[in-house]
Ligand binder design. Structure first.
Ligand code: 17E
Ligand code: FE2
Length: 410
């Protein structure tokens, strides 16, 4: 099959792509061969598929059950989820995860890293997610983080549950240092999680300092262990919102270690602008990590949705457009080129976070995975909230959407 006249990743010049046996065979200026199927993209934007680098699929679509989060805090969310967890069944998880994944797929997402709560003696969510990962392969690649929502040292049998989750097949080890009972527990939990990842050859993704407390310094321990254990870019610090509140002198010192550690960051602009700042009167902190400064230091940052309609976030639709749109505002990345390049937060940068850069992207020899947006470049796509017209996976069309049209009749 030949794909004609694509604007690949905002490039001015038009490019053609030949796909054979589910792989990008040739990329350049190409002519259709006799009998070859060809589609003309008419100068539309072609991107590698979107990547959701941080979401909790096991909790999605449960908002209001058993009650709504009225304080808007992370902690009320955790308490509510703890109650909702008691009602979990395999069927309940299946239905919600399938629905959320289809929402993502319709919006051009083909890779999802999901955190799955393993502070549950039955590990039901994890076991179900491992099955769904196989069952949903035609739509998305799912990466699973064993996420100890209620702590590793502060939850009964927390260490063993994390070990069990990894042995069952989780791809990454999680931690939640700012939720552990004490600072000592927080350091010990990170030591435990990161040594486990090293021994079992797993990735690491820590919910790291998701709090406005400037004294929450899990991040330095995550970075130090990433460096010392030579885990480097297999490690991700998610949220890292306390960094917003660190003093500048400390950040200046910390940056050196962050660069040496090569760790990735994920910011979740929709959810953290909502959950953070809740203890502030005015001024109210934005609750987002220092994205612009991290990027300036050459540190990788991706953006995630975090939640779809659950105890932590009462909205969400599986479109990463709003994540990028709001992310650019709250991080003040609103220069022309910054806006143009911002698709990288949910493509190239997110691929680095997921540690899949080797096989990801519009390159000859890669799996023919791509999406087409109803716009000429990403700036335009953001402004007009452009539809994802097509999503192709291994050369097969898995999504086709109509362009959204509006008609002024007067
Ligand atoms: N759990 C957590 O600890 N933090 C979050 N942002 C979500 C769940 C969504
Ligand atoms: Fe999260």
């Amino acid at each position: 099959m030949l794909v004609k006249n694509a604007r690949i990743e905002n490039k001015e010049e038009l490019t053609d792509i030949r796909i054979k046996d589910g792989v990008f065979e040739q990329i350049g200026k190409l002519e259709a061969m006799p009998e070859e199927e060809a589609i003309d993209l008419n100068e539309k934007l072609l991107l590698p598929p979107f990547i959701e680098s941080h979401v909790h699929l096991d909790t999605c679509l449960t908002a209001g059950d058993p009650a709504w989060n009225m304080s808007g805090t992370l902690f009320e969310g955790i308490e509510l989820w703890s109650r909702r967890k008691e009602k979990l069944t395999e069927e309940d998880i299946r239905q919600r995860v399938k629905k959320a994944v289809s929402m993502y797929a319709l919006n051009g997402v083909q890779h999802i890293r999901t955190h799955v709560d393993i502070t549950d003696p039955s590990l039901m969510a994890l076991k179900t997610m491992l099955k769904l990962k196989e069952e949903l392969q035609d739509l998305v690649d799912i990466q699973i983080v064993a996420f100890p929502q209620e702590g590793i040292l502060s939850y009964p049998n927390g260490k063993q549950l994390l070990i069990d989750a990894v042995k069952l097949g989780a791809d990454a080890v999680g931690a939640i240092p700012h939720f552990e009972f004490t600072r000592e527990y927080s350091v010990e939990s990170l030591d435990f999680a990161m040594h486990l990842a090293k021994e079992e050859n797993k990735l690491v993704d820590v919910h790291c300092d998701e709090i406005d407390d400037e004294a929450s310094r899990g991040l330095e321990t995550v970075a130090a262990r990433a460096y010392e254990l030579e885990l480097f870019d297999k490690v991700t610090a998610s949220h890292a919102t306390a960094m917003h509140s660190y003093n500048n002198a400390y950040v200046l010192r910390l940056m050196r270690l962050l660069k040496m550690s090569k760790i990735n960051f994920v910011a979740n602009p929709l959810v953290n602008t909502h959950l953070q700042g809740r203890a502030d009167t005015y001024p109210k902190r934005r609750g987002i990590t220092r994205v612009k400064e991290l990027l300036q230091q050459g540190i990788n940052v991706s953006f995630g949705h975090d939640d779809i309609y659950d105890p932590w976030y009462p909205m969400g639709n599986g479109s990463l457009r709003d994540v990028v749109f709001v992310g650019l505002h709250v991080t003040q990345l609103m220069g022309y080129q910054e806006i143009m390049d911002s698709y990288k937060f949910i493509t190239t940068n997110a691929a680095r976070t997921l540690h899949i850069s080797d096989s990801y992207g519009i390159r000859e020899g890669n799996s023919a995975d791509f999406i087409v947006l109803d716009a000429e470049n990403y700036y335009e796509a953001l402004i007009k909230d452009a539809s994802v017209l097509y999503s192709y996976r291994k050369g097969r069309k898995i999504v086709e959407n109509s362009p959204s049209e509006k008609h002024l009749l007067v």
